[in-house]
Design a protein around this ligand. Sequence first.
Ligand code: BGC
Length: 754
Amino acid sequence: MKLQKSFILTLTTATMLSTSAMADTPVYLDRTKPIEQRVEDALSRMTLEEKVNLCHAQAKFSSYGVPRLGIPEIWMSDGPHGVRAEVNWNDWGYANWKNDSVTAFPALTALAATWNPELSAVYGKNVGEEARYREKDVLLGPGVNIYRTPLNGRNFEYMGEDPYLAGEMVVPYIVELQKNGVAACVKHFALNNQEKWRGNINVNLSDRALYEIYLPAFKRAVQDGKAWSIMGAYNKIWNEHCCHNQRLLNDILRGEWGFDGVVITDWGGAHDTKQAALNGLDIEMGSFTNGLTLEADFGFNDYYLADPYLEMIKRSEVPESTVNDKARNILRLIFRTAMNADKPFGSLASPEHYAAAKMIGDESIVLLKNTGILPLDPAKYKNILVVGENAVRKLNIGGGSSELKVKDMFSPLDAIKKVYGDGVKYAEGYRTGPSLYEQEVIIPAEILDSLSNQAVEMARGMDAVIYIGGLNKNGFQDCESSDRREYNLPWNQDKLIERLAEANPNIVIANISGNAYAMPWLDKVPAVLQSWYLGTMIGPSMVDVISGKINPSGKLPFSFPKRIEDVGAHSFGEYSYPGIEGTTAGNAASDLKGADVSAGKDPQQEYLEDIFVGYRWHDTKKIPALFPFGQGLSYTTFSYGKATASAKTMSADGNLTVTVPVTNTGSLEGKETVQLYIQDEKSSLPRPLKELKGFKKVNIKPGETTQVSFTITPDDLKFFDDRQHAWVAEPGKFKALIGTSSADIKTEVQFTLK
Ligand code: BGC
């Protein structure tokens, strides 16, 4: 009895205590209060040291919180195609946790190739659930650097050559990802369009190219996606590193776009305390490493935004207001993520996530050529030779920071065997060795020859050959930290494909890559499918398209030029790509417009093709691509009727609707992506022949017609006039061009802007 009484007493005291504690809940912990009020309250309780502490890493993928106040740390992870395995506290070695195997989602080139923003939302939701389950606050992705050259090792991580396509696709990803209480970290801001010399190349370009081509997808990510963080790029622009670049971060990102999130460096992207303090950076990560492999013995207190920053503030060399601004941004991020009490719990490698990856993969594969062999009917084709390392290679490994430890990976070969049965045989055809950053594995010519001979022998007499090669994620292929060395397929694949086609004309080429490549054998093969790094479900997606269970509906998110010389970036010599390194010899330096290429200086580069990137170059210069941007066939056929406009004129504050009937004229249900391009007939500054301003993916049954409509606004008619630093639509005649690719316009309608 006595005991019981004291128990009741204790309880009552506890209840009283907790009630009074409630009354005293500091504003920053009170979820009912607006975030900005909570941020200010937290800030007012923090010491200078605690504020500075927020601004730099405490581990490879984590930055500090405020332990005294119960404000949690931030935990980050790569990104963008799945949640990377845990690495050690302060080195790049994997930590060998047993609970970090994930779903590998298709690479972002694949997502872009679906041309389906609804799938982008599915992607963001599902990868966000995995990040949430793995207790990450920031996912380092998605990436929206523009595809400028097919040699860029990291194109596979991005969303193609067109700013409108990338912008449309990035927004739903971010919105759905962040519903999990996980911040997107959009990367790499900006102009990290090649890996060669990425750490210090100084990019020069016109404001028009910057605003029209390279910034719009980032702007959409910030303004429409409301991304909570953004990652600075490694390179320089206008002689200042992007991670602390006054114009890029303070003027454009925060000033013009109103970004209220956190700027995080790329790993090792900060180089100077004063610039980091003043020029818009918030969190410094990975300093004194090369972002992938190199390590140094610096402590986290040595970071530019650690002790050196604190000292500078104390000496009044930089204003204390700079750290208050950074801390505000970081606290806001913490409230949105780590301290977001409404966040869900997430899930990992679930059947739903596999289904999402499959759905995205299915819609991403692009049918480039088909003289009729595809789909390959399993009832007819039994004895099939599968050739190529990518049929079995674990393509989730390699490529750099986006590599993943997967729970499952269903290979193309296994999936093909499942559908086509025991008559399926396999030959390597070529070999590439393990995936190593910045290193090439040389396979002796005799080995390549003998693998090739063996495959060619086996191909004879088979019902069909399915070739699954392409690039992989080895150094100097589709891989971070280095660019490709050649536009042709590596490891003698061109020769091998030609020999196989000679040995067996029933050959289907189903290459995997994140980049375009030359196809000297194109005329000799009856069918070409372009597949991507599709992750966990790569095999099932590929075999379903090959066998016809899925009718292909992907469209190229970038052009496949015939030759590398046909690319804008490659048309002006090395100053345009890859840039020119500092040298004492007076090489081409005298020809360079204002470039400083003296010894010891950073490599210099200028985007001399200007706004004419991708199809904008092919179109305007009349250099047809082998396969143009937006191209992609189906197992059915579509015909386009005549486009009509709701009016002949548009006022500066009005809009008009263009409608086109599209009919499925084949015998299979299928999806078509109808593309709208705008052409300005006359302008005061040069403009591309046409620019993508709308697209719609529609599913049409055989014999049915769908009316596809686009609303065009004056914004769609604008170009960036650098003389006025403004987007301008000049009155006059325009055309709405509607087509099935950038080079196949089916119908057009003219209108006048008043
Ligand atoms: C890459 C980033 C990545 C970071 C962390 C860097 O090397 O450029 O994209 O998020 O490493 O792994």
